[in-house]
Design a protein around this ligand. Structure first.
Ligand code: ATP
Length: 317
């Protein structure tokens, strides 16, 4: 049975066929997305198939998302369907400087109406890791459902893993985001993040000081992604692996599309943690999964299998 439960949004990303403002874009590629859905698929690809809690609309886009999750072998036991709400959509804009922004169509959509009570206590007894993300915290009822799930996960001695995945477009204001995110940091054991997630908050720029500040906010472990420079693993004394600060420089590749690299990294890190790897191995494996993912387009389609990651690592060592 799965050791990981991932909870969160599945949505449709529309990727523009050109750089520039949405007013100029006529053609889009339709892709299944949502950071938690990407993480669930990453884990399935890495032979660490998780449970996935997500509410999908009963519309055509929901059918597409459901079929996509099926194709990747993500179990549908906690994937619910909703007749009353539509699928959330995200239109991506690529700026000239390669920055990404999003136009969300996510008012009262199905993903927000997730019902965490469909996950029974027995499942929380069985899983070791419960993974949640910041997009679910931006609005209710998803915010309340996510906090409820996390409280239950803690009662069942699960390790709570949090990816803040900041999307300013989704929040009422920066103060609300800061307050809700710091509440979740207080409940989380492991946080996977990057400086970008906290660009609107008051944290130090230096990665080491940034990680230390996050550890003071609650989690025992902070996984920092550093883009092309790899990643870092910072843990406090009370972490199961003890006090640690290690970095891994990553694997140089020619990136084609970095969409979902952070999600691939988290999937890789969790798969490594599940098999009991130490901090160095966790970073190396997660960096390898993420690096391979950037060499192809699409967040899910580019996710490698365990075999592909091991071959990539063997070749690079
Ligand atoms: P996302 O865009 O998915 O939110 P993120 O900001 O969380 O991503 P990044 O730090 O950009 O994450 O990248 C995540 C991981 O992907 C890095 O830690 C690294 O392992 C890998 N990666 C990203 N860019 C590159 C690159 N140019 N070359 C090699 N590896 C990369």
């Amino acid at each position: 049975t799965p050791s990981v439960l991932v909870a969160g949004e599945t949505l449709v990303d529309f990727l523009p066929n050109r750089v520039g403002p949405l007013t100029e874009v006529e053609t889009f590629d339709r892709r299944a997305g949502g950071a938690p859905a990407n993480v669930a698929v990453a884990l399935a690809q890495l032979e660490e198939t998780p449970w996935f809690l997500s509410n999908l609309a009963a519309d055509a886009f929901g059918d597409f998302l459901s079929a996509t999750l099926d194709d990747y072998g993500v179990p549908d036991r906690f994937v619910t369907r909703d007749e009353d709400h539509q699928t959330a959509l995200a239109f991506v804009t690529h700026d000239v400087d390669a920055d990404r922004s999003f136009s969300f169509y996510r008012e009262d959509t199905a993903d927000l109406h997730v019902d965490a009570t469909v996950v029974p206590d027995e499942t929380l007894d069985e899983v070791e890791w419960v993974v949640v993300g910041g997009v679910m915290l931006a609005a209710d009822p998803a915010r309340t459902a996510t906090f409820d799930l996390v409280e239950r996960a803690r009662e069942h001695d699960c390790q709570v893993v949090f990816d803040p995945n900041s999307r300013p477009e989704l929040w009422a204001d920066a103060d609300t985001e800061a307050e809700v995110v710091s509440r979740m940091l207080g409940l989380a054991d492991v946080v996977k993040t990057s400086a970008e997630d906290f660009a609107r908050a008051d944290y130090p720029d230096d990665p080491e000081a940034f990680a230390t500040a996050l550890l003071e906010a609650g989690p025992h472990t902070v996984l920092l992604t550093l883009g092309g420079a790899g990643s870092a693993f910072h843990a406090a004394e009370d972490a199961p692996w003890g006090e640690t600060a290690v970095e891994h420089e990553g694997y140089p590749v020619d990136p084609e599309d970095t969409t979902g690299a952070g999600d691939a990294f988290l999937g890789g890190a969790l798969a490594a943690l599940c098999r009991g790897d130490g901090p160095e191995e966790v970073l190396a494996f997660a960096n390898a999964v993420a690096a391979v993912t950037t060499t192809d387009t699409g967040a899910m389609a580019a996710l490698p299998t365990r075999e592909e990651v091991e071959a990539f690592q063997a070749e690079r060592e």
